[in-house]
Design a protein around this ligand. Structure first.
Ligand code: PMP
Length: 418
């Protein structure tokens, strides 16, 4: 059996210094200060190899895919399909037939909602999501429930921000058609015990979609080992360009469901009487795709594989523990999301301060964090909040940057106490 290279579990601080060299944007100066980029859950920076791969495509291979017989078109097609194979290997899918290129997580979930959900749902059926989903794993389900009369059930999370798996189990009924949950919450950092959820769901013959937008860059994702039915992620959260993402689907499902959009490339033959659809995965890729983006994604996955997802996870765990320890020592600071299983996201509030003020003042020190509802308004409401400030870590962040964040927070508090 093919085994996946996970990289060495250990890393050294000198490794991080070397990794930083690969990301040109980290050398930016913001308001006269070196950039401290702690907004990686929103999007990550790109290594030079990705930037250059995109540019090289436009310089030397720019052409449309799957169409021409000329050399550049063949080059473009080879590189695009090579990227698909890199994705397959990275998530350990059985076949490239299971790898559909889409714009991102949002499009992947909308595709499943409309192609898998809509034909299967009636007013007797239901779909289950969790209370800590991103809007892109809520709204597409609300839309399809509106179209079909199906019910959207919501599994609760506890005060630490952990999914209540037992309660989720109680929501599963004979007419549950799908469970769609996040693998890693962007608002709280909680890692969902997806293995348990999948086992429970499959015991009831209920398929599971995982929103892997965050997890893909921080956890070892192996769709075969997980056994999930669908897995969605965005390239830009894992050091790849924007506008490219992946829907993984088990071949049996993708075969069984109709196409999402109609157009070029998704057909094998067209007459005005009848259209026959193309094979997988092309059935789901209507129109000219984001060829350069897919190639960039392939190079980003190469980059992550060369560092090793285990080394990345170990480094980010160290950053999270260090940041959590310091944050707990700050008076008036409250961490939102204290799950036992957590990845590099520190969501917090400061007593008496609006998260937008925190974010704006930190920006003057060159420190980039996110302030807002993180496109997850229901989980904010669950914690009685409108918004939080959020620092999110990546392989290129350092303890020194966390020190800068904490010093920045102290300055914010001083300014508002005066
Ligand atoms: N799900 C989660 C958990 C996310 O963090 C995000 C992005 N913030 C999305 C879905 C949507 O991803 P995209 O905007 O790239 O489609």
């Amino acid at each position: 059996m093919e085994t996946k290279w996970l990289g060495k579990p250990e890393y050294a601080n000198s490794d991080v210094a070397r990794w930083r060299e690969d990301f040109p944007a980290l050398r930016e100066i913001v308001h006269g200060k070196p950039l401290v980029y702690l907004d990686n859950a929103a999007t990550t920076h790109k290594p030079l190899s990705v930037i250059e791969a995109e540019a090289a495509f436009y310089r030397r291979a720019n052409s449309n895919v799957h169409r021409g017989v000329h050399t550049l078109s063949l080059r473009a097609t080879d590189q695009y399909e090579e990227a698909r194979e890199k994705v397959r290997r990275f998530i350990n899918a059985a076949s490239t037939r299971e790898i559909v290129f889409v714009r991102g997580t949002t499009e992947a979930i909308n595709l499943v909602a409309q192609c898998f959900g809509r034909p299967r749902l009636t007013e007797l059926d239901n779909i289950i999501v969790s209370a800590m989903e991103h809007h892109s794993n809520i709204v597409p389900w609300q839309m399809v429930c509106g179209q079909t009369g199906a019910e959207l059930r919501v599994a609760p999370v506890n005060d630490a921000g952990e999914l209540d798996v037992e309660m989720l189990g109680r929501l599963i009924g004979p007419r549950t058609r799908l469970i769609a949950i996040t693998h890693l919450s962007n608002a709280l950092g909680s890692i969902t015990p997806v293995e348990r959820v999948i086992k429970m769901a499959h015991a009831h013959q209920v398929p599971v979609l995982l929103d892997g937008a965050q997890a893909i860059a921080h956890l070892d994702v192996d769709v075969k080992a997980l056994g999930c039915d669908f897995y969605a992620f965005s390239g830009h959260k894992i050091y790849a360009p924007t506008g490219i993402g992946v829907l993984y689907g088990k071949e049996t499902w993708l075969d069984a469901i109709p196409p999402y959009q109609g157009g070029g490339d998704m057909i094998s033959s067209v007459t005005f009487g009848e259209t026959r659809y193309n094979d997988l995965p092309y059935k789901f890729e209507a129109g000219t795709p984001n060829i350069a983006g897919a190639i960039g994604l392939g190079h980003a996955l190469d980059y992550v594989a060369s560092v090793g997802i285990r080394a990345i996870a170990a480094h980010e765990r160290d950053l999270l523990e260090y940041a959590t320890g310091l944050a707990n020592g700050i008076r008036g600071l409250k961490i939102i999301g204290t799950a036992r299983e957590k990845a590099g996201i520190l969501s917090f509030t400061l007593e008496g301060l609006h998260p937008h003020d925190i974010g704006t003042i930190l920006d003057h020190d060159g420190i980039a964090i996110r302030a807002g509802h993180h496109c997850a308004m229901p989980i904010m409401q669950r914690f009685g909040l409108a918004s939080t400030a959020r620092a999110s870590f990546s392989l290129y962040n350092t303890r020194a940057e966390i020190d800068a964040l904490m010093a920045g927070i102290a300055r914010v508090q001083e300014m508002f106490q005066r």
